[in-house]
Design a protein around this ligand. Structure first.
Ligand code: SF4
Length: 363
């Protein structure tokens, strides 16, 4: 069998790896050694795992692929704070991962955030999103999702200067290509893999899943054991505007999403983030801010306003004055709000843009 056709070892959960090792007649501690090599020591081949006997390394290599991702293109923003990688999967599909550096400020700690993809392409067709314009290709496996974080970890480690501590990813946002809740089971498996105490050790509170508002999965997440953050891509204050830019709104209109959010908050007591991309002339007028304030009044939530990162779809960013006014109206309604400026616009860091360029040969 060609190595590319083998299953990825990163698709195994901790207990599945233990079972696989037991089936090979190996003692349990070998499973722990392999887990540590994959998730702490960033092994890139079975040969590197020298804590294992040669025979076991060979047997593993005959059964599993070790790295499901190949980096084919890398871009770094002019300010050095954003790095984007285009990966080719074993079957040739392309996905994107972004590393964003936030330096410590006003007492907050520095963050190294990986924005990762959960699907190759996306079926939901939001009009302002480059991925949405490219259609759906396939679901990513749990290993393909988790391995994006491992790649970023390796990249950070490679950039450490002699004598400096190696940096690691501190936060993960499931906001890259695809709708995580349309690939719910693999996304949650990846969360489990990344959260494991003997591996990557990313606290669930440092992970955020972003959804367009798939109601059944919002309710399902409320019953998961992980204290993971939930972000809803709202982008409009009413169904008329939302349905025009986000076709999924016809299936799950705003009132249903709000009901699910209230249930989620009452069960988890966790704050929800609402993402709101500001599109000039579409959803950025003062009356839209008033309507949004009414919609979210009294809810345990936070709003992130994101002036659009220009895409080929022809949307433009509102002028600064209008962004500030929108924010102030929300504040007056008692809503916690921040304006998040897109990082890395010089490297097509918006979701799906780099892949679109690679596919059309526009570079
Ligand atoms: S914004 Fe998210 S859900 Fe909408 S098309 Fe893009 S990737 Fe899909």
């Amino acid at each position: 069998m060609s190595p590319d056709a083998l299953p990825s070892i990163f698709d195994l959960t901790r207990s599945e790896l233990s079972d696989a090792i037991a089936e090979l007649g190996e003692p349990a501690y070998r499973g722990k050694q392999i887990w540590k090599a994959l998730y702490v020591e960033d092994a890139t081949s079975f040969d590197e795992i020298t804590t294992l006997p040669r025979l076991l390394r060979d047997r593993l290599a005959q059964r599993y692929r070790l790295d499901p991702l190949t980096a084919v293109l890398q871009r770094k923003s002019n300010d050095g704070l954003v790095e984007k990688t285009l990966f080719r999967l074993a079957d040739g599909e392309l996905i994107e991962t972004v590393l964003m550096r936030y330096e410590s400020r006003d007492g907050s700690r520095a963050r190294r955030t990986a924005c990762i993809s959960t699907q190759a392409g996306c079926a939901l067709g939001c009009t302002f999103c480059a991925t949405g314009q490219q259609g759906f290709r396939r679901q990513l496996t749990a290993g393909e999702i988790a391995a994006q974080v491992l790649h970023v970890n390796r990249r950070l480690a490679a950039q450490a200067k002699p004598g400096e501590d190696k940096e690691r990813v501190t936060n993960v946002v499931f906001m890259g290509m695809g709708e995580p809740f349309a690939n719910y089971d693999n996304t949650m498996r990846a969360v489990g893999i990344l959260n494991d105490d003997d591996g990557v050790r990313l606290g669930a509170r440092h992970m955020t899943i972003s959804t367009v508002g798939l109601v059944p999965q919002i309710l399902k997440l409320a019953d998961e054991p992980y204290q993971i953050n939930l972000a809803i891509s709202l982008h409009a204050p009413n169904d008329k505007i939302r349905s025009a830019t986000m076709p999924i709104n016809r299936r799950y209109p705003i009132a249903r999403i709000m009901r699910a959010c209230r249930t989620y908050i009452s069960k988890t007591n966790r704050r929800i983030s609402f993402e709101y991309v500001l599109l000039s002339g579409e959803n950025d007028r003062p009356e839209h801010a008033e309507e949004l304030g009414e919609l979210l009044k009294g809810m345990l939530c936070h709003v992130n306003l994101i002036p659009v990162n220009a895409t080929d779809a022809g949307y433009t960013r509102p002028p600064d004055g209008r962004i500030g006014k929108f924010r102030d109206i929300l504040k007056r309604s008692g809503i916690a709000v921040t304006v998040r400026f897109e990082k890395g616009t010089d490297i097509d860091a918006g979701c799906g843009q780099l892949r679109a360029r690679a596919l059309t040969g526009a570079d």
